[in-house]
Design a protein around this ligand. Structure first.
Ligand code: SF4
Length: 419
């Protein structure tokens, strides 16, 4: 029996217990949410990782992408990135490798980290220039058998969505790598997307390994002008249909979303996506709220991610400072992960089931500030190393900081109120 089926029968599994304990919520609530498909638990049956819950009532989670490209194939560096991401709070890591021996890289990453690992099997299938549908499903089976905890499948990139794309004439037609692979394959073969046409077979494989499917957003908008258009929402409607079919077969799903969205559309966009996909956990890349931030897109993504989380997005994908420019370095991955973690925490300060817990962290920091207790502030900081380095770099003889020194308002008020 799969996790979703067990939950539907009223039974509690160790995975549900682990999530309930980690999140500070009642295990029966976890069970019910899993049964309803509103909470996905990422954990392969074959890997010894801490199960991670994505969805309602639980902490907003973040994923960090790592992986080689065709131009940069340095396996050791990608493993270091995965470790750095996990160290700085990534709840999951996705291996998006496209260069080198993908089987070896995937296994090395699976062995290296103790957080759930996701993948995109079409990247491997597409290494064969004559890729056929068997290559696609074989890649899915291979990744599941290797112990991948969740995998992105672009099953919603259908012939119908491509027709909408042709009519819409976007500025940036398709910016999803997996989405582009599927569009090209359909055009060359004049056939429907195999992941859509043979979705039941895909579900059989997912069911066999009890691996969660992350339904990819191949039609996500790649710029502000293309946001929330017909191709995107045609795909979302299809993803909603695929969520229901997966649930009926006992397969957990997550739905992926955009992309680039203006800030005042983020809330409506999240609410619509949630409704159209039957409240499946929502996984967003950003969304980036402007197109003019190359070099700082971890920030444009975090602004969108925080607002999206407030409206119900459950899982935020790290955007690195090198987004749109280059493969990130280890330092870029660290910075992107930390900034995304902040966005997720900002969302949790507003999230049902988590806001009180999240606020406890902020309150502890506020008290440490009031006491000018620098060690406590460093320990509570999202990036203790950076906080320590900044304070050390600009010293003061005062017990305050070198911003105001003896004119420190906190210190003055503390001393006055003591008297
Ligand atoms: S010196 Fe100024 S900036 Fe530093 S802690 Fe005191 S009030 Fe805050």
């Amino acid at each position: 029996m799969t996790l979703i089926e067990t939950a539907s029968r009223g039974q509690i599994t160790p995975e549900m217990e682990a999530v309930a304990q980690a999140e500070g919520i009642d295990v029966q609530k976890v069970r019910r949410l899993v049964a309803d498909g509103r909470l996905a638990i990422l954990k392969s049956a074959t890997r010894d990782v801490m199960p991670v819950g994505i969805g309602e009532l639980v902490r907003t989670k973040i994923n960090t992408n790592v992986g080689t490209s065709i131009d940069f194939v340095d396996m050791e560096e990608e493993i270091k990135k995965a470790l750095v991401a996990a160290k700085h709070g990534a709840d999951a890591v996705m291996d998006l490798s496209t260069g080198g021996d993908l089987n070896v890289i995937r296994r090395r990453i699976l062995d290296a980290v103790s957080v759930p690992v996701g993948s995109v099997p079409i990247y491997q299938a597409a290494q064969n220039p004559d890729m056929n549908s068997d290559d696609m499903f074989n890649a899915v089976r291979k990744h599941a058998a290797d112990g991948i905890d969740f995998m992105t499948i672009h099953a919603g990139v259908t012939l119908s969505a491509v027709e909408h794309l042709k009519k819409r004439r976007r500025i940036l037609d398709v910016v999803s790598r997996g989405g582009a692979f599927m569009v090209v394959w359909m055009a060359q073969h004049e056939q429907e997307n195999p992941f859509y046409a043979e979705y039941d077979y895909l579900l059989e494989i997912a069911r066999e390994y009890d691996v969660a499917i992350s339904l990819g957003d191949g039609m996500r908008p790649g710029c502000i002008s293309d946001a929330s258009d017909a191709p995107e929402f045609t795909e979302i409607v299809t993803l909603g249909e695929l969520v229901c079919r997966a649930r009926s077969k006992g397969v957990q799903t997550i739905v992926e979303g955009p992309g680039h969205v203006p800030l005042d559309d983020v809330g409506a966009s999240v609410i619509a996506m949630k409704r159209l996909t039957h409240y499946a956990p929502l996984y967003l890349l950003g969304p980036l709220v402007t197109d003019i931030g190359p070099g700082y897109d971890h920030i444009t993504g975090a602004i969108g991610g925080a607002v999206a989380g407030m409206y119900g997005a459950d899982f935020l994908c790290m955007v690195s400072p090198t987004e749109h420019l280059a493969l990130p370095t280890i330092e870029d991955v660290k910075e992107g992960t930390i900034v995304t973690k902040i966005a997720a925490h900002v969302a949790d300060l507003t999230k049902d089931g988590q806001k009180d817990r999240a606020k406890t962290w902020d309150d502890r920091m506020a008290h440490a500030r009031k006491n000018l207790d620098w060690d406590a502030q460093f320990n509570l900081a999202i990036d203790p190393e950076k906080a320590r380095k900044i304070r050390r770099g600009r010293k003061t003889s005062s017990d305050a900081c070198s911003m105001c020194g003896e004119l420190c308002a906190i210190k003055i008020m503390r001393d006055i109120l003591k008297e």
